[in-house]
Design a protein around this ligand. Structure first.
Ligand code: FE2
Length: 484
C-alpha cells in the first residue's frame, strides 16, 4: 500500500480531513498491512471457529501472546513498529475447543498518549512529543514484546524497563514489578532464559553495564549483580547453557544517549561481534570469543558438550538495516527493498578459544526449542520462515533437526503472516520435541487471526487443527504456553 492507496481509502470514507489516522489506515488495509493495523479496544472472551481438523484430545492450556497493537493517534503516531502499545492475547484450548480474549497493557505510556490524543511518549524509534514528561524508564514502557508466567502472575515484558504484572485470568493490569528497591525501573529484557526447573536468568542493559537477574520459578529475586561489558551493544536477547551465560555483543553500538533510542546507535562492523561467556556460579569468571560482524535479534537455547564446546543457533542479519530503516516504513505500508531476511546459523565456541559460525540457507526468525531441554544438548529448533521476496515477515513454519541435518517446512501461503510457534510437550512423554507446536497466523485474505496446532515432529504435514478468530489482530512478537 502506498500514499495514494491510503488517500483512496480515506476518500471512500468521505474525506480525509474528518478521519483519524487509524480509520484511514483501517479503510486502506487489505493485505499484509493488516499485520500493522490498530486495535481500538480490548476483546472480550469469545469462541473461535474451527476451520480444519481436530484438536489433540489431551492438549489443554493457554497460549499467551504479546505484540504492539496501537500505533496511530490523531495528533501524532509512533515512528517505529516496536513502539505500539502492548496487546496481550489469550488463546485457551481445551475439550477440542478454543477461545480467545485480548487486553491492552494499561501502562503510563498508553494513558499519557490516550490523554494527549497523540503518541507523545518517546521510544525505540519514536521521538518525544509535546507534553511528554518521563520520570523513569517505565513511563515509556510499552509492555509489548513478550509475556511469561511467574509466581502466578503474567508478566508483560519490554526490553528497557520492568516487567508489568497482569492477572493471567482476566488480563487486568496490576503494576510494574520492583524486583529490588534500589534497582527499581532497571531494564529486564524480554528474553529471559528459563532453566528446566523454572529458574529465570535475565539481563538488563544500561550502556556498558548489565544487571544479571536470577529469579526463582515463583518470580522471587534470588540475586542481582551488575557486571561491566566491553561495549554498549544493542542487545535484545542472550542465551545460556546449564553452566554459562552466553552474551553476544554485536557492533550496533550506543554512542550517545538520545531519544528515540535507535538514534543513539551506530553500526561499526569493523569491530566484529564479540561473544562473552560468563560462569553462572561466579560472574567474574569470563571468556571472550570473536566472530565476524553480524546483526541479530534472536538466539536459540545453547548447550555445552563434554569437552566444553558450546553451540547455539542464531537468526543472523548482515546489518541492522531491517530494524533501523524498514520497520517504520512497514507502518506506512511500504516495503523496503534490498534488505535480506535473517537466516539461520549455528555458532560454535571451542575450548581452544576459537569461535566459528555455520550459515544455513533457511530464512529464520523467532527460534524456539523444547523448554525441558533448555541449556542442555538438544536436536530441534522451530522457527518462522519466508521464501517470498515481496512479502514481509513470515509465511511458513520450519523445524530443523540438527542431529539429522534436516528441515521440515510448512508453507501457509502468501496470504498468511505467520507468527512464533511454541512447543508444548505431549502429556506423559519426556522425549525431546514429542508434542505439539501451538501458534498463530494472520490470514489477511480471510481478515482473521488463526490459531494452529501442529504435531511438532511432522510439521510438513500441516496443522492438525486450525481455528479462526472473529478479529484480525496485528502480528505479535513472543509468548508462552501454560496450564492456566
Ligand atoms: Fe524478541
Amino acid at each position: 500500500m502506498n500514499r495514494r492507496d491510503i488517500l483512496r481509502g480515506a476518500a471512500l470514507l468521505g474525506g480525509a480531513t474528518l478521519l483519524s489516522p487509524e480509520a484511514v489506515w483501517a479503510a486502506a488495509a487489505g493485505d499484509w498491512t493488516m499485520g500493522f493495523a490498530d486495535v481500538e479496544a480490548d476483546i472480550a472472551p469469545t469462541d473461535l471457529q474451527r476451520i480444519h481438523g481436530q484438536a489433540p484430545v489431551d492438549l489443554e492450556g493457554t497460549l499467551f501472546r504479546n505484540g504492539p497493537a496501537k500505533f496511530r493517534r490523531p495528533g501524532g503516531s509512533v515512528g517505529h513498529w516496536f513502539d505500539g502499545d502492548g496487546l496481550i492475547r489469550k488463546f485457551s484450548i481445551g475439550g477440542g475447543q478454543a477461545r480467545m480474549s485480548a487486553r491492552f497493557a494499561d501502562t503510563p505510556k498508553r494513558r499519557a498518549d490516550t490523554a494527549a490524543g497523540a503518541v507523545i511518549t518517546p521510544g525505540f524509534g519514536t521521538a518525544a512529543g509535546k507534553g511528554s514528561a518521563l520520570s523513569g524508564p517505565d513511563d515509556a514502557n510499552a509492555a509489548n514484546t513478550s509475556v511469561i508466567l511467574a509466581g502466578g502472575e503474567l508478566w508483560a515484558l519490554w526490553e528497557a524497563g520492568s516487567p508489568l504484572a497482569m492477572d493471567p485470568v482476566t488480563l487486568e493490569t496490576k503494576d510494574f514489578k520492583t524486583l529490588r528497591p534500589d534497582l527499581k525501573g532497571m531494564p529486564f529484557l524480554a528474553h529471559p532464559r528459563i532453566e528446566p526447573d523454572g529458574t529465570i536468568w535475565n539481563l538488563g542493559l544500561s550502556g556498558k553495564q548489565a544487571v544479571v537477574w536470577r529469579l526463582g520459578p515463583d518470580g522471587a529475586l534470588k540475586d542481582a549483580q551488575v557486571i561491566g561489558l566491553p561495549r554498549a551493544s544493542y542487545m535484545h536477547d542472550f542465551t545460556a547453557t546449564e553452566r554459562h551465560l552466553v552474551i553476544l555483543l554485536q557492533p550496533w553500538i550506543q554512542e550517545s544517549f538520545q531519544m528515540p533510542y535507535a538514534a543513539s546507535m551506530a553500526w561499526r562492523p569493523q569491530l566484529g561481534t564479540q561473544v562473552l561467556v560468563i560462569d553462572k556460579a561466579d560472574l567474574t569468571k569470563r571468556r571472550m570469543f570473536e566472530l565476524d560482524p553480524f546483526f541479530f535479534f534472536h538466539l536459540g537455547d545453547a548447550w555445552e558438550e563434554a569437552d566444553g564446546t558450546i553451540r547455539f543457533d542464531a537468526c543472523i542479519d548482515a546489518n541492522p538495516d531491517g530494524v533501523a530503516k524498514a520497520s517504520d516504513k512497514l507502518l506506512r505500508g511500504q516495503l523496503l527493498t534490498g534488505i535480506a531476511p535473517p537466516r539461520l546459523a549455528q555458532i560454535t565456541l571451542s575450548p581452544n578459544g576459537k569461535a566459528s559460525m555455520t550459515r544455513f540457507s533457511s530464512t529464520a526468525e523467532f527460534p524456539r526449542s523444547d523448554p525441558r531441554f533448555a541449556g542442555q544438548k538438544r536436536a530441534f529448533t522451530v522457527h518462522a520462515t519466508n521464501e517470498r521476496e515481496n512479502r514481509p515477515l513470515f509465511q511458513g513454519v520450519a523445524v530443523r533437526d540438527w542431529a539429522r541435518d534436516r528441515e521440515q517446512v510448512f508453507d501457509f501461503g502468501a496470504d498468511h503472516l505467520v507468527e512464533e510457534m511454541i512447543f508444548v510437550p505431549r502429556k506423559g512423554s519426556s522425549a525431546e520435541f514429542d508434542g505439539w507446536l501451538v501458534g498463530t497466523s494472520l490470514n489477511v485474505k480471510a481478515r482473521a487471526t488463526e490459531l494452529h496446532v501442529f504435531d511438532a515432529r511432522r510439521v510438513e504435514a500441516g496443522p492438525l487443527v486450525s481455528w479462526r478468530a472473529p478479529a484480525a489482530l496485528p502480528v505479535t512478537f513472543h509468548g508462552c504456553f501454560a496450564q492456566v
